[in-house]
Design a protein around this ligand. Structure first.
Ligand SMILES: Cc1cc2nc3c(=O)[nH]c(=O)nc-3n(C[C@H](O)[C@H](O)[C@H](O)COP(=O)(O)OP(=O)(O)OC[C@H]3O[C@@H](n4cnc5c(N)ncnc54)[C@H](O)[C@@H]3O)c2cc1C
Length: 390
């Protein structure tokens, strides 16, 4: 998106939340000629470090900008369940990134394109001011109230978004994600991710993701925070891992597409990233999908109407929902059969595409290994629900 000749009519946008999806949205809007303010509640840019795995699509989206955040590349997945194993080589490597480095790069880029970034500003609520939106903020240092006027507000303020709440979106469901920092086991190579299916502990899976030859993160998603931590500790004790630290937070569970725009009077309010639940529910990847959401939201703001990127993101998230629903009720026997069925042709189809391209992966599995799909459909037909039990 280049600055067009028509930039005078571009709206003034307030982006709430200075993290991956907020800063990327700010860059795209500033590049298109909008006046952009990014308002972040933290006192300074000091994002919590986290080791994340993303698909190589991040490189396509960010180019050079993302390179400084990449700490490792993954070329193989090893799947374990009940004494069985299967290996899935990747044609295009997945990337291990350090979240705080990525956010620093995105923040610099947003500023260099003219976005104004201010810290220590907590969004409180918004309302119509007749022609646009009045945004109420609170200064973190002295709790002083501040007011800002904008044509458009973008809520990039995470899973428990206050912007979403203030503009009337229903609250989205969330689940706890916990991971421990551990040493890489001596029998494991740093270009491999390990995944364990243990349905008695979690309907999701355990993962072990190396960020270097020495350090890895071992984690899981659960349904209840304390129980999830207990499961992780038990799992580590059984396999001889010593935790060197923990990372964790609640993440949104995508259970349906969230329309990203609402009108408040004459003003337009958008959600992006975790605030809009743009997280793949099968693998809980939220970085690449949040960046794609940012492209879609900035397109909608600048060009009006439906964004192609958002339509395609929605299809992708819905497919991941389909996959998750199909396996959410799997019992141990189902996982055992799944791993047994990972024959050569299935492996090829899994490795050929990256984990963002769920539709093509599903199609290839359906063609090469119909029994796998039948197994998955059984899960669907048994009425699998992916929401945490109340
Ligand atoms: C432990 C863990 C591991 C993960 N692993 C992976 C992984 O391997 N791969 C992957 O792709 N994804 C992973 N995710 C998910 C991924 O981290 C998120 O989807 C992504 O970081 C969301 O980015 P975001 O910019 O939308 O929101 P956030 O990063 O949550 O940013 C929201 C920002 O808004 C600010 N904010 C909140 N409220 C206010 C307010 N009232 N006023 C002003 N500012 C406010 C916050 O301070 C924050 O800076 C993981 C998540 C966790 C917790």
């Amino acid at each position: 998106m280049n600055k067009g000749p028509n930039t005078k009519s571009r709206p003034h946008v307030a982006v709430i939340g200075g993290s991956a999806s907020g800063f990327f949205t700010a860059t795209l809007l500033a590049r298109a000629g909008c006046a952009v303010d990014v308002l972040e509640r933290a006192d300074q840019l000091d994002p919590t470090p986290r080791t994340l795995i993303v698909t190589s699509h991040m490189r396509t989206l960010l180019g050079q900008l993302g390179e400084s955040a990449i700490v490792n590349e993954i070329r193989k997945f090893e799947l374990f369940t009940d004494g069985r194993t299967a290996q899935v080589p990747l044609n295009r490597p997945d990337l291990i990134i350090e979240r705080s480095r990525l956010i620093h790069s995105l923040a610099e880029d947003a500023k260099s394109h003219g976005a104004k970034v201010s810290f220590g500003n907590r969004f409180v609520n918004l309302q119509s001011n007749g022609t646009g939106l009045r945004v109420h903020m609170e200064r973190a240092q002295n709790a002083g109230a501040e007011e800002l006027h904008a044509d458009v507000v973008v809520g990039a303020d995470g899973a428990l978004s206050s912007v979403a709440q203030s503009a009337g979106w229903p609250r989205q469901p969330t689940v706890p994600l916990v991971q421990a920092i551990v040493r890489v086991p001596s029998d494991m190579s740093a270009d491999t991710v390990r995944v364990w299916f243990v349905p008695d502990d979690t309907p999701y899976f355990y993962w072990l993701i190396p960020e270097s030859n020495d350090r890895a993160v071992l984690g899981l998603i659960g349904e209840d925070g304390q129980e999830t931590r207990r499961c992780l500790d038990r799992f580590m004790e059984k396999r001889g891992f010593t935790p060197l630290g923990y990372q964790g937070a609640r993440i949104p569970v995508y259970d349906r597409w969230t329309p990203v725009e609402r009108r408040v009077g004459a003003g337009r309010v958008f959600l992006v990233g975790d605030a809009a639940g743009q997280v793949k529910v099968s693998t809980v990847g939220g970085i690449v999908t949040g960046l794609r959401g940012a492209i879609g939201v900035s397109d909608s703001i600048v060009n009006g109407g439906e964004s192609r990127e958002l339509r395609s993101l929605r299809r992708e998230l819905d497919l991941h929902l389909f996959i998750r629903k199909t396996i959410h009720q799997f019992k141990q026997a189902d996982y055992s059969r799944l791993v047994d069925l990972m024959n050569d042709s299935t492996r090829r189809s899994l490795s050929q595409y990256n984990r963002d391209e769920a539709s093509r992966v599903l199609w290839n599995i359906a063609v090469s290994q119909p029994r796998l799909l039948l197994l998955a459909l059984r899960g669907l037909l048994s009425g699998a629900s992916i929401l945490p039990k109340k």
